[in-house]
Each structure stands twice: as structure tokens, then as C-alpha cells.
Design a protein around this ligand. Structure first.
Ligand code: B12
Ligand code: SF4
Length: 448
């Protein structure tokens, strides 16, 4: 029986993503596809990135109903739920997976999905396909959730992880329009980019971060296998740059040095971006990244207040972040900082500390978010009693929760304004004063 894999990210129907215009291939379903095809299953992919809901609807209505597998994350929930409803009405059977469905298995099942796959998908989906979608086999399949005919929810044991990532086929990029991704990058950013991963999972425990797919495992591909994929990407697509989408690319120093040697040996040096933790940077790591062609490193800085970093269980110090930025700059690598406002307990003094921290680091880029509790994380549990839903589950996201007693969005707007004004090439003293006044005046406003 055929499996059609898709995801619910439609670039041209998402105003926010259209502004960002940095599309990357959906690696999760590409990995599922290559795994399942290697096992002899018939798999097709509808890559929604450049597609449309209408086009997918036509496929669901015109093709003979089979099994539809949908990837969903916290932002694509609404679309995923619409697709589930439509597919079921057209006679398809539906599997959902990805980082969000396991957090809301009951909701996805009630929305019509036949089965939710929790975590790493390859082994569980293979078993579902091998069962011919016969429910009597499902109790023996690990990593799934489904409803019995009686309405009772069955949750089998944890998903089995792939022990040897090197034995897996590479993601099925040839089956989607990678040149279109590259052209979009060229059109909007002047150079093409392709993503890859060299590892799965992160062992750290920052308490707002979702670990629903890989838990706290960390499994690496061998340096030579990762380098071989890079070589293949170069030969097949010749991208101007790469994005290494690992959670923490520099986590294992020995591996990084081996990978650098592998690429050197193959004569490959492609500019790339990656994410690091400040405590996983040192002089040799920064120099190795530079030698490899790293053009920008993103550092999860989050806050300039040690008190808040500690509350997040971030496991890094302000000084480590400052040093990581310094080392990157000294090696000619651009730096980007991720920052978070509104973590529980943050006060104006912490916001001021963050502004001061960013001012002293002077990164090339910084991105701010107002913190949000993702279901399944310790942060969500901590705030559970104060979360206010602002709409029906199907049409909201975990980003939309309001937190009772937390400062208003306007307040964080002033925090952002203060930071941007302070970081402007020519700081405007009056605007800085106005932003500080805004913070003080809206201090008592709460979002719920
Ligand atoms: C790359 C990435 C992005 C890229 C996505 C580009 C792309 N098309 O891949 C960009 C930068 C755009 C992005 C944006 C966002 N992201 Co992001 N991102 C990641 C990251 C770092 C890697 C994803 C990846 O490729 N993983 C490797 C593949 C192999 O794993 P996978 O996709 O999970 O697939 C496996 C399983 O999920 C499962 N599976 C996947 N698909 C399917 C389908 C079916 C049918 C089944 C059964 C199983 C299944 O099997 C796969 C193979 O084992 C993850 C963290 C992570 N390490 O996974 C965060 C992550 C997915 N992102 C996250 C978030 C929160 C966001 C944003 C909301 C951030 C923001 N504040 O804007 C936005 C949402 C954008 C949007 N509109 O969708 C969260 C999601 C949490 C959640 N519960 O949904 C994650 C998990 C980070 C985290 N730890 O908190 N992200
Ligand atoms: S925020 Fe980064 S370092 Fe922290 S747990 Fe998540 S992926 Fe790991």
C-alpha cells in the first residue's frame, strides 16, 4: 500500500515565512522516505513548501486513497488538522508525526488521525507499513498512540531509536525540487543554501526546549559519513552555502576535528552556518570552524541575566557567551545571538542586563522572541496553572498561550525597542529614554 508523505508548511500561504524567505527541505519526511523505500515500500512525497492547499486537496480527492503521513510542528498544527480532516473525508488513512503530535496525541486522534507516531519515525512507520495498517498488529509496535474501537487511548512503549545512523540512507532530496529551494535563496539572499544534519538529539536540558523527537539522546554520524554527504551535495547541487541544522554542531570536539580533517582530505570548503552553545566553544573549536568555512555561528544567549539563565537550566554563563562571541569574531566568523524575553520571573533589571550584555558583545545579528511554553517541556509544566488558551486548540499554537500575571506584549515591545535603539549604529538618545519610559509605564500591564 502506498504512503504519501507531506508536511503542513506552505511557504506561499504563510505571511511570516514569506518575509523570512529562507526555505529548507523537510529533512524529517525525506529521511522517512529514503528509509522506507530502502525497505521496499512505495512512498511518494508531496513537498508543500512551494505547493498549495488546493493542489494537495486535488491529490487527496483525485488519487486512490492510500496512507497519508503528515509532519507537524507547533506552528503548522492548524494546517495539519485541516489536511487530516480532508484526507479522512476522501477515504485516506492518516499517520501523523514530527515534534508536535506526540505532545497532543489525543487532540490529533480526535481530529481524525488514525495513529500518532511519537519521536523518531523510521522504525515505527516501517512497522505500521509492514502491518498493512492492520490494527491488530499495532499493540506490538513501539512509539505509537491510537484509539481502540472502544475509544480508549493506547500508548505503546517508547519509539525505538536507530542505533547506527551511518547505516541509514541519506534523506531523499532527489525526490523534491531542491533546485527551486536554491533558486529562492539566490533570489532573496544572493546565494543558495542547503541543510543537512550530522547528529540527532541534544543531551542538554534547557527547560523550555522541546525534546519530543529524540529525547535527551545524542547520536552522531561518523565524521566520514557526514563528509561524504557534503561531498555528494557539492557534486550534485553545488550550493553556495550549507546550513548544518544540528541542535549543537560543536558539541563533540573530537568529532569536529575529525570532520575537519575529512573535508580537508576531500578538498571541500563550503561556507556554512550552524548553532553552538557558548560552553562548547574554545579557541581550537573557533579556529576549526573558521578553517571549515563557517561564516556565521548562532549562539543561544537568551538572557544577559545569570539569574534567568540559571532558572532556564541553560548551563552556561554570561562570560562564556561573551567569550564565544569574541572567539568567533577573532576568527572572522559572524555571530548571531538568540535572545528570549519574558522568561518567568524576568524583571526590568534582567532586561537591562540583557541589553547591556548584547551591547558589550556586539553580535552581527540578534533575534528576539517572547518565551512560550511548548507542551512536553519542564517550562510548560512550571507554568501549566497559569496558561490561558486564547482560542480552540485547532486554530492556535503553543506560541499563542497567554501566561497569567506575565507582563503584556506591549511591555516586551518596549524591551525590544530599547535593545534595537541601543544597538543602532547611531543610537538615538531620545528614543532610548522613550523605550525605558515605555517599560516603566507598562510594567503593571499583564497579558492575562
Ligand atoms: C531545522 C529546524 C527548523 C527550520 C525548518 C526548516 C525545515 N524545513 O526543516 C526553521 C529554521 C525554518 C525552523 C523554524 C521553526 N522551528 Co524549528 N527546528 C529545526 C531543527 C533544529 C531541526 C529539524 C530537523 O531537520 N531535524 C532532523 C529531522 C531528521 O528530524 P525531524 O524533522 O524531527 O523528523 C523525525 C521525526 O520527527 C519523525 N517524523 C518527521 N516527519 C514525520 C512524518 C510522519 C508522518 C511521521 C510518522 C514521523 C515523522 O521522523 C523523523 C525522522 O526520525 C529542530 C530541532 C531538531 N533537532 O529536530 C527544530 C524544531 C523542529 N523547531 C521548533 C520550533 C519551535 C520552530 C519555530 C516555531 C521557531 C520559531 N520561534 O519561529 C519555527 C516554526 C516554523 C514553521 N512555520 O514551521 C521546535 C518544534 C517544537 C514543537 N513541539 O513543535 C524544534 C523541535 C526545536 C526545539 N527543540 O524546540 N526550524
Ligand atoms: S536549547 Fe539547544 S542546548 Fe538547550 S536543550 Fe535545546 S537544543 Fe539542547
Amino acid at each position: 500500500m502506498k504512503l504519501l508523505l507531506t508536511h503542513a508548511y506552505f511557504l506561499y500561504e504563510d505571511a511570516k515565512e514569506l518575509q523570512i524567505m529562507r526555505p529548507y527541505a523537510p529533512l524529517g519526511i525525506l529521511y522517512l522516505s529514503s528509509h522506507l523505500r530502502a525497505k521496499g515500500f512505495e512512498v511518494e512525497i508531496y513537498d508543500s513548501t512551494f505547493g498549495s492547499r488546493d493542489e494537495l486537496s486535488r491529490i487527496l480527492h483525485n488519487d486512490a486513497p492510500a496512507i497519508l503521513g503528515i509532519y507537524a510542528n507547533l506552528m503548522t498544527r492548524g494546517r495539519a488538522v485541516e489536511i487530516i480532516g480532508e484526507a479522512k473525508a476522501a477515504g485516506w488513512r492518516v499517520i501523523v508525526g514530527g515534534p508536535e503530535p506526540s505532545n497532543y496525541a489525543g487532540e490529533y486522534l480526535r481530529a481524525g488521525a488514525d495513529v500518532v507516531v511519537r519521536g523518531e519515525g523510521e522504525i515505527a512507520v516501517e512497522a505500521l507499513m509492514a502491518s498493512g495498517f492492520d490494527r491488530s498488529a499495532w499493540p506490538g509496535i513501539e512509539g505509537i498512540v491510537y484509539l481502540e474501537e472502544s475509544g480508549e487511548t493506547v500508548r505503546t512503549g517508547p519509539a525505538r531509536h536507530i542505533a547506527n545512523l551511518d547505516a541509514q540512507p541519506w534523506p531523499d532530496r532527489q525526490r523534491i525540487d531542491i533546485p527551486r529551494y536554491m533558486q529562492t535563496w539566490r533570489d532573496y539572499h544572493g546565494r543558495s543554501s542547503i541543510s543537512l544534519i550530522t547528529a540527532r538529539g541534544c543531551p542538554y536540558r534547557c527547560n523550555w526546549c522541546s525534546h519530543s523527537v529524540y529525547g535527551h539522546t545524542h547520536r552522531r554520524r561518523s565524521a566520514s559519513a557526514a563528509a561524504a554527504e557534503v561531498e555528494w551535495l557539492r557534486d550534485r547541487y553545488n550550493p553556495d552555502m550549507l546550513w548544518i541544522a544540528d541542535d549543537v554542531f560543536t558539541i563533540h570536539h573530537g568529532w569536529l576535528f575529525e570532520y575537519a580533517a575529512e573535508l580537508k582530505h576531500r578538498g571541500i570548503r563550503i561556507p556554512f552556518e550552524c548553532i553552538t552553545r557558548a560552553d562548547r566553544m574554545n579557541e581550537r573549536v573557533a579556529a576549526t570552524l573558521a578553517e571549515l568555512g563557517c561564516m556565521r555561528v548562532w549562539i543561544g544567549s537568551e538572557s544577559g541575566s545569570q539569574r534567568i539563565l540559571d532558572a532556564m537550566q541553560r548551563g552556561v554563563t554570561i562570560e562564556q557567551v561573551q567569550l564565544a562571541v569574541e572567539l568567533s569574531k577573532a576568527n572572522g566568523i559572524e555571530t548571531g545571538m538568540f535572545l528570549m524575553w519574558g522568561y518567568d520571573g524576568e524583571e526590568i533589571a534582567d532586561i537591562e542586563a540583557t541589553v547591556e550584555h548584547v551591547r558589550s558583545c556586539r553580535p552581527d545579528k540578534f533575534l528576539t522572541t517572547v518565551s512560550y511554553p511548548i507542551k512536553g517541556t519542564p517550562y510548560f509544566e512550571k507554568l501549566a496553572g497559569r496558561l490561558v488558551n486564547i482560542g480552540p486548540w485547532q486554530t492556535t499554537t503553543d506560541r499563542a498561550f497567554q501566561i497569567r500575571g506575565r507582563h503584556s506584549r506591549r511591555f516586551y515591545g518596549f524591551a525590544d525597542e530599547l535593545l534595537r535603539r541601543e544597538m543602532a549604529e547611531v543610537p538615538d538618545a531620545a528614543a532610548i529614554v522613550a523605550a525605558r519610559r515605555g517599560l516603566a509605564e507598562t510594567y503593571a500591564e499583564t497579558e492575562a
